[in-house]
Design a protein around this ligand. Sequence first.
Ligand code: PLI
Length: 484
Amino acid sequence: MTVNSKRKRSWAEPFKIKMVEPIKMTTAEERVEAMETARYNTFLLKSAEVYIDLLTDSGTSAMSDYQWAGLMLGDEAYAGSENFFRLESAVEKFYGYPYTIPTHQGRGAENILSKILIKPGDVVPGNMYFTTTRIHQELAGGAFEDVIIEEAHKPDNLHPFKGNIDLDKLADLVDRHGAERIPYISVEACVNMAGGQPFSLANLKEVRAFCDKHGILLILDATRAMENAWFIKEREPGYDDKSCAEILKEICDLTDGCTMSGKKDLLVNIGGFLCFRDIEYYRRACELVVVYEGLHTYGGLAGRDMEAMARGIEEAVEDEHLKARVGQVSYLGQKLKHSGIPIVEPLGGHAVYLDARKFLPHLKQDEFPAQALAAALYIDSGVRSMERGIVSAGRDKKTGSHRYPKLELVRLTIPRRVYTQAHMDVVAESVESCYENREGIKGLRMTYEPDNLRFFQAHFEPSAPFVLEGVGLDRSKRYSASRK
Ligand code: PLI
């Protein structure tokens, strides 16, 4: 028998569906009403008003039967839960860190890390900011400085590792501030605000050498490190024969510790952790975790949550899982690209990002184009997305004026194991319809602005009514949406 191994083979998800959750399409009238009530902020919509929810991949994954079974084995003792030890050994096996402290989610770990390492006046370099990471650095008295490579700020630049750190920027930072003012370098895997862009192992090795030379710690934001490992396997010479598990270990081996939101890579609805190699940092973190989260063997989590996360680690690191997960993002991205929609390239690991500057060139950045586009997409089809631009960037703490990020994006974030390719087709059609209607999408004014992390709760109103043609499933309606 001869086997033709060159024949094209499609990929499919490495699971079948055992339980479903119904979702409901709303009418265009209902969506206009819902968006006005939500003040043009997709975070303020009710979940029941949403058809396909691409707000975030955080805590929205579908757990496996193996994880659900683990929930029944929760050891809910206040101290020394069996599930903590399961989590600790899974982290040590796959991430390689000897000391693990559970936290309720990623920002719990960021809070403790910032409090133990940052002193007022310190500077923390990172490969682009993340919202919660930066706010904890600032609340601890530090200042964030961006040292990501310039390519990361250009949506159509095809650099395969746009999450890389620019070593020259790092050296300049040390010259300006002195290594003693830099408690650690924060390196995020699959950089969220850049479009889910990975770093390369070659770059991380250079950063490690820089840290060793200057006596600076290197802390990984491991939230999407497994997805980063997949891109290294795909794109970095010399890694295609390694498993994602091996690559993940190699990444972590170069770092001194990590913060983690288990709500992403690890396929759980809640949970996170903070890890160190050094027992002294671990002890200091143990002192604080009891103040902010809970005892160091549960850190704000139930025993069952820790079990689900330990099992999630085992499943999520599998190459077949990562291939299908990143493959679904790529499926949607390719579809949009073929329709001429401006998106961030190369495609990242957890989301497709629309380039709102190019999508809505008639809007200035302080008319909040990405916020307006996210609102229009919801009105068109009930697809919920998220702004990642000027609103998310917030105001400069010193000057009080808006920060103007180069990237003005709408994130279509894909939860893991939740939606099918047919859902992705509907999303693509709706984005295409918004593109056809782009001139009818108007700028917004901010009418309420919280001081911190304003994107979650800010209110907006359109400066002129939106005019969207062909809204809804039958594509026959014309809507003019504005506040009454
Ligand atoms: O949402 P938390 O507190 O579990 O994790 C905070 C956090 C830290 N780092 C990174 C890279 C994140 O993406 C992150 C949370 N991201 C959210 C909620 C998101 O929608 O992307």
